[in-house]
Design a protein around this ligand. Sequence first.
Ligand code: T5A
Length: 238
Amino acid sequence: MRGKFITFEGGEGSGKSTQASLLAGRLRTLGISVILTREPGGSPGAEMVRHVLLAGAAKPLGAEAEAILFAAARADHLEKTIRPALERGAWVVCDRFADSTRVYQGAVGKVDDTVIRALERVTVGDTRPDLTIMLDLPAELGLSRAAGRREGAAADRFEGEELAFHAALRDAYRVIAAAEPERCVVIEAEPPPHRISDEVWTVVCARLGAAQVETEPPAAPPAPAGASEPARDVVAVP
Ligand code: T5A
């Protein structure tokens, strides 16, 4: 049986990586085979594109070119990591996915919606998330958390944008969540991580029946770079 596909979305520092990792751990305790992965990245080719994008090397080309690069990375990630995992029955927990392109490059970056939709149709096709958790947090708080995590290192391409940019991201995520309530659940991200994790777990059980899943783990080949299988709960950074 096909596995489930769960994505985490939200602004900078909203706790996506933390919650994706906690959810993967909880699913594994049930004996469910889980791939924990991220975007941009999650496959060797996509990780290379990640470096180009987050270093800001593509910024001078404009938001549309960045959207195309995110889409190229997504196509490789889907082909090499996500679809094979789902087909063998593993669950995929992904830190960011296509909503990030809709929000960062589309709603806020002002790339035309027809371009964003066309890219999504070509790359994602039918491999849509079964559930998207959107972590909602005031932009100032998220940025200060992200800065704390960097420990003095320079902000990346998008963290370096102005506060208004980050506030607009939050609004754009809320618009998607309101338009697709069957897929998206907004969770307030200010409480401590364990409280958010409990709330995520309640949603995953209610929407996807995680606690009722057959616990016979399918045989799994080695995970590609940028994605992790049961031995590791932290997304690999090559
Ligand atoms: N992008 C991505 C696009 O523009 N288009 C796209 O299509 C895609 C896929 C990715 C960048 O690329 C952009 C968006 C991004 O700018 P990234 O490095 O992967 O860059 O950055 P983010 O996804 O934003 O990840 P961050 O690490 O910044 O944020 P997270 O994952 O939301 O937060 P997390 O879990 O790392 O936590 C941040 C800090 O807060 C603490 C953690 O310990 C950590 O120190 N924390 C909490 N503190 C208090 N209370 C809580 N509840 C906390 N939860 C976590």
